[in-house]
Design a protein. Structure first.
Length: 186
């Protein structure tokens, strides 16, 4: 699959925000600074240029490593400072989402590396893995040491079932897990 380039993502974001927010001067500054950065010319808008350059580094990390930069990990000593800084930058974008201009929001929406809610995205991916397993095998995944994929799904599902039992899952996730359990019995 083709991972879109920064230039392709910029062009798409630019086409999305301009018709809907033509009077957003901050968005115009950021879009123009990103275009200048992509063309290799220096931009006068330092903050906007820095934002675009950081987003490009964030996406480059994703392309090179296969996952978005992290700000935390269990073994913090193994987390490179550059990756941690990029992960913190992404958290800052999420935290102040309501203060981003139209170009920034559009550009982050299109980024294949950026997630507004990474924990929900991860939960959804794990749930889909379990659904796929149950559809293929007509049973729930088990803790088989010889099948790493099944083992990982079983371990994740076990943790979710404990959260369900303790009442620590929201209503939507509760309903989805109950649906998966019902489907696995047929």
């Amino acid at each position: 699959m083709h991972a879109p380039t920064s230039a392709e993502l910029h062009a798409h974001a630019d086409a999305l925000w301009r018709p809907t927010h033509p009077d957003d001067l901050a968005a115009a500054r950021y879009a123009d600074a990103a275009a200048l950065l992509l063309s290799g010319r220096p931009g006068a808008q330092r903050r906007a240029t820095n934002w675009a350059a950081t987003l490009h580094r964030y996406e480059d990390h994703w392309r090179e490593v296969g996952h978005a930069p992290r700000e935390k990990t269990r073994a913090m000593a193994s987390l490179p400072t550059k990756e941690r800084n990029l992960g913190e930058w992404a958290r800052y974008q999420r935290r102040f989402e309501d203060q981003l201009n139209a170009y920034q929001s559009a550009r982050l929406d299109l980024s294949p590396a950026f997630e507004w809610d990474p924990l929900e995205t991860l939960w959804r991916a794990r749930f889909i893995e379990c659904v796929t397993f149950v559809q293929a095998n007509r049973r729930l995944p088990r803790l088989h040491a010889d099948d790493r994929v099944e083992f990982a799904s079983a371990r994740w599902l076990g943790r979710q079932l404990l959260r369900l039992q303790d009442g620590r899952l929201d209503q939507k996730r509760t309903e989805e897990l109950h649906g998966l359990l019902r489907f696995s019995r047929h």
